[in-house]
Design a protein around this ligand. Structure first.
Ligand code: PLP
Length: 426
């Protein structure tokens, strides 16, 4: 038995499904996961000594590639001073200053420990600030696993076909209204019916949890206007897109100023971190300056702050995002060409360091179209690529991530593996 198999057998005895987060278990693509012992640049290495080109990047944070020396050095140097103090520390101030300077809509920010915590706190704040109870989310968007968001969610919920989770009281789920993404008329109708009850509307400005879906021209602006008109807060969940699609996130790419934003992944440099922030008048409602309660034993942890700051600073290098965009474009163009050579229906969506692959004939602009793509074919493609040393997300409903360490040789190798994989599954 391989070390991978042995570990998965052991894991299944003592961990639900053998994993600590559902999509890792390969349930939708079939087979069993591999266990990673080391990662470097664009590569993962498993316990059986296999090397994989990695397009998951720890689900987003690893935009510099794995084990980047700046991040590693910052973590080691900071850890030597102590792992956690439970008092204010200088690095959390530096982080807050850095974030508020980088993202114009962030006038104040609060650090937390995950994306889930960030979105959970953001909607509590929206409810506390507006005195209203309902929130609006979009079909296929994933905002972490808090009760209010497990309604028509994306990511693992969608991958595993769990429309809503047992354990979420109906009384809570009833306060979450849902909308189809990229349909402004539907949003107008919902606000016309429920406007005075809506505390906030939360969305991934670019959906990365139902594969990758981009907003249509003017759509986000339309949502901004609707929220302003009805006194509801516009909340951009940039846990995935923040500092990945542009230096100041999707909001800078589309020129929208949300009232609140949430972040995670990249801002922790690979350590467990989240953040939420926005308009100062709203953020001042958070305890201890205001009455809306939210706290955290490890929030603003110095080692996590050091990792995130080192990563964010490295992203300020000239032409960083241009180079990342170029790498993603080369990858998507090469994959599309190779798929079409095998006569397969295939299309991609991409933005800077994110991409989505669809076995579909038409460009994909909606959640319904993403769901209608050939996921069974994706599952076979996933395994064909894995066999050739390329690791894509083990689900047809997750975006892929390119890092700056994915150079031309790595992209060429990926496209060669894809050409053989497409021929195999055609
Ligand atoms: N929001 C978005 C857009 C995400 O993609 C995720 C996780 O993938 C989350 C929130 C939840 O973040 P975490 O897994 O850190 O709790």
């Amino acid at each position: 038995m391989s070390s991978n198999q042995n570990l998965f057998e052991r894991a299944q005895q003592c961990m639900p499904g053998g994993v600590n987060s559902p999509v890792r278990a390969f349930k939708s693509v079939g087979g069993s996961p591999f266990f990673v012992s080391r990662a470097e640049g664009p590569y993962l290495f498993d316990v059986d000594g296999n090397r994989y080109i990695d397009y998951v990047g720890s689900w987003g944070p690893m935009i510099l590639g794995h084990n980047h020396p700046d991040v590693l050095d910052a973590v080691i140097a900071t850890a030597r001073q102590g792992l956690s103090f439970g008092t204010p520390n200088p690095l959390e101030v530096e982080m807050a200053e850095f974030l508020t300077q980088l993202v114009p809509s962030l006038e104040m920010v609060r650090m937390v420990n995950s994306g889930t915590e960030a979105t959970m706190a953001a909607i509590r704040l929206a409810r506390g600030f507006t005195g209203r109870n309902k929130i609006v989310k979009f079909e296929g968007c994933y905002h972490g696993h808090a009760d209010s968001f497990l309604v028509k969610a994306g990511s693992g919920v969608l991958t595993l076909g769990l429309p809503n989770s047992p354990g979420v009281p109906a009384a809570v789920a009833d306060l979450t209204l849902t909308l189809p993404f990229n349909d402004l008329e539907a949003a107008k109708a919902l606000f016309a019916a429920h406007g005075p009850d809506i505390a906030g509307l939360i969305l991934e400005p670019i959906i990365g949890n139902a594969n990758l879906i981009l907003p249509r021209a003017g759509y986000l602006q339309g949502l901004r206007e609707l929220c302003s008109e009805h006194g509801a807060l516009l909340i951009f969940d940039e846990v995935m897109t923040g500092f990945r699609v542009a230096p100041a996130g999707a909001q800078s790419l589309f020129g929208i100023r949300p009232d609140l934003s949430t972040f995670g992944k990249i801002i922790g440099g690979g350590m467990p971190v989240g953040a939420y922030g926005g308009r100062a008048d709203i953020m001042r409602q958070i305890a201890p300056s205001g009455p809306v309660y939210q706290a955290g034993t490890l929030s603003g942890n110095p080692v996590a702050m050091a990792a995130g700051l080192a990563m964010l600073k490295a992203l300020q290098a000239p032409e960083f995002y241009g180079r990342l965009t170029e790498a993603t474009n080369k990858l998507c163009q090469g994959l599309t060409r190779a798929a079409h050579e095998s006569g397969l229906p295939f299309t991609t969506n991409q933005v800077c360091g994110m991409f989505g692959l669809f076995f579909a004939n038409e460009p994909v602009e909606t959640y319904e179209q993403a769901k209608a793509a050939d996921t069974a074919r994706f599952n076979r493609f996933f395994h064909a690529m894995l066999k050739r040393g390329v690791y894509l997300a083990p689900s047809a409903f997750e975006a892929g991530f390119v890092s700056i360490a994915h150079d031309q040789a790595v992209i060429d190798q990926t496209i060669a593996a894809a050409r053989a994989s497409f021929a195999e599954i055609a």
